[in-house]
Design a binder for this molecule. Structure first.
Ligand SMILES: [Ca+2]
Length: 172
């Protein structure tokens, strides 16, 4: 009995050891998992700060255009006016569409003034038959020939003049 009792004790002891070892290896696994999470977080943080100037600096231009052109602001996480209003890429940056190039060539330090001067020029940047200012007034894209108003340019011009003309797009 003693012997078998001792064997039982040994078995219990062995089981305990196994349990302890399992716990230790689990703890070790937990630590290495945490290490990976921390490393991943640091990499993400580094990437954020690396791309921050691209991701954050220019949206102020987009928001200025939305405000100044009386466009519809973002709603429900959907960008109603994307960077492609002026840029070719949905993420902004170089390069620009025809209207974006016009705004750039009008830029002398103030984005608000550059947007205004681009409209004062009364040019049709994308060549779709509608001056940029009429497209801004109608809510279509002045840099995309596939986006154009459904009414005539003459009708839009009369409506714009009634609304106050080009002055309604002065920098705010
Ligand atoms: Ca257009």
């Amino acid at each position: 009995m003693r012997y078998s009792g001792s064997r039982q004790n040994n078995a219990w002891h062995n089981n305990r050891l196994t349990l302890k070892q399992a716990c230790r290896s689990g703890i070790r696994a937990g630590y290495s998992g945490q290490g990976l999470v921390s490393a991943g977080f640091i990499v993400l943080l580094a990437l954020f700060f690396f791309f921050w100037p691209v991701a954050v600096a220019r949206p102020s231009y987009r928001l200025q255009a939305i405000n100044q052109f009386n466009l519809v602001a973002d709603s429900g996480g959907v960008r109603v006016v994307t960077c492609q209003y002026c840029h070719l890429s949905p993420n902004g940056g170089a390069s620009w569409n025809a209207f974006g190039d016009r705004v750039r060539s009008s830029f002398k330090g103030s984005i608000g003034e550059a947007l205004y001067q681009a409209l004062v020029a009364m040019e049709d940047s994308d060549g779709d038959g509608y001056a940029d200012i009429l497209e801004v007034f109608a809510g279509t894209l002045p840099g995309d020939p596939n986006s154009r108003p459904l009414v005539t340019a003459q009708f839009l011009m009369k409506s714009l003049e009634k609304a106050g003309g080009v002055d309604i797009y002065k920098p705010k």
